[in-house]
Design a protein around this ligand. Sequence first.
Ligand code: GUN
Ligand code: ZN
Length: 429
Amino acid sequence: MTLQAYRAQIFHFLDDPQKDADAYQYFKDGLLLVEDGHIKAVGSYRALRKTLGDTTKIHHTPNHLILPGFVDTHIHYPQVDIVASYGEQLMDWLTQYTFPAEAAFNDPKVCKNTARFFIEELLRNGTTTALVFGTVHEASVEAVFAQAARRNMRLIAGKVLMDRGAPKALCDGRDLGRAATVRLIKKWHGKHRLGYAITPRFAPTSTPAQLAMAGDLKARYKDVHLHTHISENKDEIKAVAELFPTAKDYLAVYEKYGLVGDKTVLAHGVHMSASMCQRISSAGASVSLCPTSNMFMGSGLFNLARLRRHNVRHALGSDIGAGTSFSLLRTMNAAYSVCQLQDLSLSAMDGFYMATLGGARALGLGHHIGNFEPGKEADFVVLDLQATPLIARRLKIAKRLRALLFAIMILGDDRMIARTFVMGKRVYG
Ligand code: GUN
Ligand code: ZN
């Protein structure tokens, strides 16, 4: 592949801004060089242009900002058609809207159509990697992997495991979902840029036997992920206490079956004790914060200060379809509001970190994606700084980097995404 050169404003992180406030690079007139789908170099245009031969075409887009592709650490692809469903909190929302919608995925045509729409919508929003729930149907995961593979996307997904607390048609049979999970791992894990996540929906919809089976698979297939929900809603927590009366808290249920390790991603974590935070942190697991979902569903406010105090790895999830937007810019905006309601001001640095390198690290993918270090996979997004009249006007007077990024985090959405690239190839815009 020939060398590709992109000249624009460029921003990316070298490390967590909470650890090192200066661990980022910003080039007001920058150049990003991509070769064979990987980052070759990033720097100022002045410094890097000398390294280019006369024949290299430079794609120059002033008034645009190049960022690493966004990483969505929790999303349900079969729920695109129930976004914006009225009036219920989690447990009733699942029975009224979610389970009927997911039942439709016993039809491979529904899987294929929805998976195609879903992947296109991710890319249209600048999201290049996601950790994805399918449904209980094996074909649902086949479909989303097939669509991601066509675009060479880095994506992690899994078949939902459920064997109680849901309609019979959505429950795994006698083998508890084991055979389908194993087939999917063997067929897809590590192929292209894809990874598998063992995906028990949450404690209330799995028997102890199914959770034990999931733990056994986790022990056998050590490098696959484990993806589930935790402590999102107060009625859910009550149900877990009733179904698992000997567990000292929600996390203890997952711990008992060996489900909490450094490849584990726990979605929500809204109502968590200091002890749970401390144990998640020691296990090296990640929490996916889903602020648009938590507000839409009335679930509550995640406690970022506490997560930080216990050094819990965390990042952002859109949680479509309880969440209300695919856009991680909108998700950052919601995270800012959630923090403001608790007297914590979430900086744009922290917001953009969670959506890029922080998200990659939360999924254990920080050595492949998340920033523009040479050799990394060239997944990136080009933001139009003049996407709307208000954005153009507001950004023009944002003279300093932090003010610019903050205005993007608050005003930005899919309208700002001009182009999205996966492994150096334009896949949107
Ligand atoms: N908890 C268990 N299943 C779900 C789901 O589909 N969405 C959300 N937001 N929470 C859940
Ligand atoms: Zn979810």
